[in-house]
Design a protein around this ligand. Structure first.
Ligand SMILES: [Zn+2]
Length: 141
């Protein structure tokens, strides 16, 4: 007799779904020998569940092979130091780039200011010239 997670007592054959529901515990060997034997037996006879379990086990192995924690302590300080360096370099280069853009922008603004002033001066001169033509104090020819 076997009592699965669902509490359903299964005497002989487990359904595919029941087997698949036990995959995690089966993989982690958290089930009793009797239940384990049932599942092993099912997997040896059911190609679909065997394939499903194969994929399941490979996926779990890959997931568990990936370190979930920080790198080993003896590697971490070195890594952190390098990260700090890279980060500060990046920050400096960003500052430099911003600075260069700012200089360019300033240059363009002053260029524009000069042109504007020149234009203004020119117009002012023209306007003044109009008055100057009728300048009553201007000596007549
Ligand atoms: Zn099956």
């Amino acid at each position: 007799m076997f009592e699965g997670k669902t509490g359903v007592r299964v005497s002989e054959m487990l359904s595919c779904q029941q087997v698949r529901d036990e995959f995690t515990d089966y993989f982690d060997e958290l089930i009793g020998p009797e239940e384990r034997a049932y599942i092993t037996n099912h997997l040896s006879q059911c190609a679909e569940c065997a394939a499903e379990y194969g994929a399941f086990a490979r996926t779990l192995e890959v997931i568990r092979a990936v370190p979930a924690e920080e790198p080993a302590l003896d590697l971490w300080p070195e890594f952190a130091r390098q990260m700090d360096e890279i980060t500060s370099q990046e920050r400096a280069s960003v500052l430099l780039r911003v600075r260069r853009r700012w200089d360019e922008a300033l240059a363009r603004v002053s260029e524009g200011a000069i042109l504007y002033t020149a234009g203004l001066a020119d117009r002012t001169a023209q306007r003044l010239a109009k008055y100057l033509i009728h300048d009553p104090f201007r000596a007549k020819e």
